[in-house]
Design a protein around this ligand. Structure first.
Ligand code: FAD
Ligand code: NAI
Length: 463
């Protein structure tokens, strides 16, 4: 006889663990299977949390060396201790993964330790045991996309997992891919002294972000010493010698050249992870990119099986996975769970940060939607001046006819926190005028949002 549950969730990342907790809150008997030794998935173990710990530590070091003097703070001989920095990161990860363990106990979610595999549509095996449930959720996340000719060894040629655990600062780090991971982890090692070259296939960075923000971002990163090779691809990595010799070519093909690095970070995207799940045997449909296909209620083509998070379509972000986890648990409990995909923010946690919600100017143009633009630079914001952090601007896009906010894009200090009010505005269907007429505390960075909203109507006050 197999153990019976109302719901089994496969994978304890932000999609899976949040789904399990919400379902338990709603009265279901829930189990969550995780093959890692700790809970929290990619995000808590090797993704969002450790990368942000290293970004914060390296940012502190950079600020003491380069920014404090302008505030009259004289720091003297500043050094860093890499093992201690890594130790801090590991402690933060452990505190977070243990936190999820505590939440499972509190909510009576059973943690099944091991790798799940479908036996039938309502039964999975974990090791030698079988478990049955009325509903099963696939929340198995994603993995790094490999690059042909560039074999990962997680020492000299690394994915993000190796790049958050290097034991010394590379002299020359070559990052393949100018997206979220490449620019965040490239920034960490640049601040700690590495020469960093980013090789990007396209002719711009962060392709999902607004083009104007990407251009400003590249300028600021260049000022920090990062080098960029846009419109370029890597075709081969030779590890026979001491350094890694990469062969580069123009993206469209052409004369090859070489570039030598001591560490190479491959960050060209992530792909759905469904290996060893046994999906074929039970007939769950996947798309051309290996993602589990679902309907608007996260149901796959097989009755009783659902999927959420990185393993399905949409942005591969922790908060998107969490929203889906909550919505699905509520749908399974007979409620009206829903995710507004038009109001999911994206943030790159460099310094300055870039943050975005809604549509970009390029998307509005392509869709033929008439829009108005309002922009305001942090250079004209009192708080940013006091902080000595004046790079960047806020850019708002609103519907030309109705003034409804369609997109918000920020590059600047704490952009990832500032964007929250605009996510809320878009969620509530607010106009730029609504934001402009809302009182913003003075002096705050968010006043730049109010001013950008005023600028949509050509009436910014402080510029
Ligand atoms: P995952 O977190 O990948 O969790 C899936 C879990 O399923 C894993 O623990 C895996 O071990 C387990 N699993 C897989 N197959 C099985 C099986 N058969 N049986 C049992 N268990 C299984 N997103 C943000 O929003 N903000 C950030 O700052 C951010 N930073 C990131 C930094 C890095 C370096 C990386 C790599 C990613 C980052 N992300 C960030 C993305 C974020 O980590 C993912 O979007 C998020 O983790 C997806 O959640 P998930 O629950 O779908 O899957
Ligand atoms: P990405 O999709 O953000 O960026 C990949 C980049 O690599 C793109 O610019 C792409 O054009 C480029 N590229 C693709 N093939 C290439 C090739 N052969 N040669 C050179 N460049 C190539 O993917 P990334 O950075 O690997 O991150 C994966 C995902 O993880 C992100 O899309 C994001 O969803 C998530 N993530 C989120 C973070 C956050 O929220 N702050 C931080 C880190 C990751």
């Amino acid at each position: 006889m197999s153990d019976q549950f109302d719901l089994i969730v496969i994978g304890a990342g932000p999609g899976g663990y949040v789904c399990a907790i919400r379902a338990a809150q709603l009265g279901m008997k829930v189990a969550c299977v995780e093959k890692r030794a700790t809970l929290g998935g990619t995000c808590l173990n090797v993704g969002c949390i450790p990368s942000k710990a290293l970004l914060q530590s390296s940012e502190n070091y950079h600020a003491v060396r380069h920014d404090f003097a302008a505030h009259g703070v004289i720091a003297g001989d500043v050094r860093f201790d890499l093992p201690k920095m890594m130790g801090h990161k590991d402690e933060v990860v452990t505190a977070n993964t243990r936190g999820v363990e505590f939440l499972f106990k509190k909510n009576k979610v059973t943690w099944l330790k091991g790798e799940a595999r479908f036996k039938t549509a309502d039964t999975i095996t974990v090791g030698t045991e079988s478990y049955t449930a009325r509903s099963i959720v696939i929340a198995t996340g994603s993995e790094s996309v490999p690059l042909p000719g560039v074999a990962i060894d997680e020492t000299r040629i690394v994915t993000s997992t190796g790049a958050i655990a290097l034991t010394q600062v590379p002299h020359h780090l070559v990052v393949i891919g100018g997206g979220y991971i490449g620019l965040e982890l490239g920034s960490v090692w640049r601040r700690l002294g590495a020469e960093v070259t980013v090789v990007e296939f396209l002719d711009r960075l962060v392709p999902t972000m607004d083009g104007e923000i990407a251009t400003a971002f590249q300028k600021i990163l260049t000022k920090s010493g990062m080098k960029f090779r846009l419109g370029t691809k890597v075709t081969k990595a030779d590890t026979a010698g001491e350094g890694v010799v990469l062969t580069l070519e123009p993206a469209a093909g052409g004369t090859p050249e070489t570039l030598t690095a001591d560490v190479v970070l491959v960050a060209i995207g992530r792909r759905a992870h469904t290996e060893n799940l046994g999906l074929d045997a039970i007939g769950v449909t996947t798309d051309a990119r290996g993602r589990v296909v679902t309907d608007a209620h996260f149901a796959t083509n097989v009755k009783g099986i659902y999927a959420i998070g990185d393993v399905i379509a949409g942005p591969m972000l922790a908060h998107k996975a969490e929203e889906e986890g909550v919505a699905l648990a509520e749908i399974l409990a007979g409620q009206a769970g829903h995710v507004n995909y038009g109001a999911i923010p994206g943030v790159v946690y460099t310094w300055p940060e870039i943050a975005s919600v809604g549509q970009t100017e390029e998307e509005l143009k392509a869709a033929g939607i008439a829009y108005k633009v309002g922009k305001f630079p942090f250079m004209a914001n009192g708080r940013a001046r006091a902080m000595g952090d004046t790079d960047g601007f806020v850019k708002l896009l609103s519907d030309k006819a109705t003034d409804r906010l369609l997109g918000a894009h920020i590059i600047g200090p704490d952009a990832g926190t500032i964007i929250a009010e605009l996510v809320m505005a878009i969620e509530f269907g607010a106009s730029a005028e609504d934001v402009a007429r809302t009182s913003h505390a003075h002096p705050t960075l968010n006043e730049a949002v109010k001013e950008a909203a005023l600028a949509v109507d050509g009436r910014a006050l402080h510029i």
